[in-house]
Design a protein around this ligand. Structure first.
Ligand SMILES: CC(C)(COP(=O)(O)OP(=O)(O)OC[C@H]1O[C@@H](n2cnc3c(N)ncnc32)[C@H](O)[C@@H]1OP(=O)(O)O)[C@@H](O)C(=O)NCCC(=O)NCCS
Length: 229
């Protein structure tokens, strides 16, 4: 009985040490989560319960192993983390400081993706490739970018600093800094705080179907105008 108590005490001590180490090494990431998630009540809640943080801790270890060319173990850790959190970050992905994944389930980040500092992403986001190409094939996300729930950012493109990607957008082209992008395929609707009128600025209209619809709408308006006059 006394042995069992001792073993339990040792396990408890190990868990406490592990949590303290994570809290020290990931202090900035936890604070960033606290700032960006209005639902976060305390430091300890994030430390113990936030899947995004747990996936990030696993990724930092897997990435270190990947850089040492211990590919199998790196991938093993990343798959274990995926099983536990629902977040799949390839060990090769380079992730900046104060990265926060809110909710997390369904996030996929590819091998050659690069994520800057202070980036926030929500559940269901993919930073992926567009096909079977090799080499650099995933996006580079700048600093201070927010990527909304379910958005897909695909290919070797750059998402400029301070940009917002709307939820469920599919982004396949470069995004300039300080932009807001929404839709499928994603188009810039705001830049440097100014709204972009996509019906006037045709270089911003990336969706050919939308262009045709706008053209048809114009013709309907003009026909209706003629009929009424
Ligand atoms: C895009 C986003 C960042 C808002 O940016 P904003 O600059 O404040 O944009 P606005 O709300 O002024 O909307 C601008 C236009 O884009 C449209 N829009 C906004 N978000 C959109 C989206 N995700 N997809 C398609 N259109 C969208 C608006 O309807 C509006 O259209 P209008 O100009 O024809 O009226 C925000 O809507 C968004 O998607 N944030 C992600 C949040 C998220 O994922 N939360 C998950 C919490 S669990």
């Amino acid at each position: 009985m006394i042995y069992l108590a001792q073993i339990l005490l040792i396990i408890l001590a190990l868990i406490l040490i592990k949590l303290t180490v994570i809290a020290l090494f990931f202090y900035q990431d936890i604070r960033s989560a606290q700032k960006r998630d209005p639902a976060a009540k305390s430091f300890i809640e994030i430390l113990l319960l936030y899947q995004g943080l747990h996936a990030l801790v696993a990724h930092r270890i897997a990435h270190a192993l990947y850089k040492m060319h211990v590919f199998f173990l790196a991938r093993y850790i990343s798959q274990l983390a995926r099983f536990a959190t629902g977040i799949e970050i390839h060990p090769g992905a380079r992730i900046g400081k104060r990265f926060f994944i809110d909710h997390g389930m369904g996030v996929v980040i590819g091998e050659t993706a690069v994520v800057g500092d202070d980036v926030l992403i929500y559940q269901g986001v993919t930073l992926g490739g567009t096909g079977l190409e090799k080499g650099k094939r995933h996006p580079a996300v700048g600093n201070n970018v927010v990527i909304g729930a379910g958005a897909k950012v695909l290919g070797n493109i750059v998402i400029g600093d301070n940009s917002y990607i709307g939820s469920n957008a599919v982004v396949v082209n470069e995004v300039p800094p300080n932009s807001t992008v929404v839709g499928v395929p994603g188009r810039v609707t705001k830049q440097d705080g100014k709204k972009i009128d996509v019906s006037l600025d045709h270089k911003q209209v990336l969706d050919p179907i939308m262009q045709v619809i706008e053209e048809l709408q114009k013709r309907i308006d003009s026909l209706e105008g003629r009929k009424n006059s």
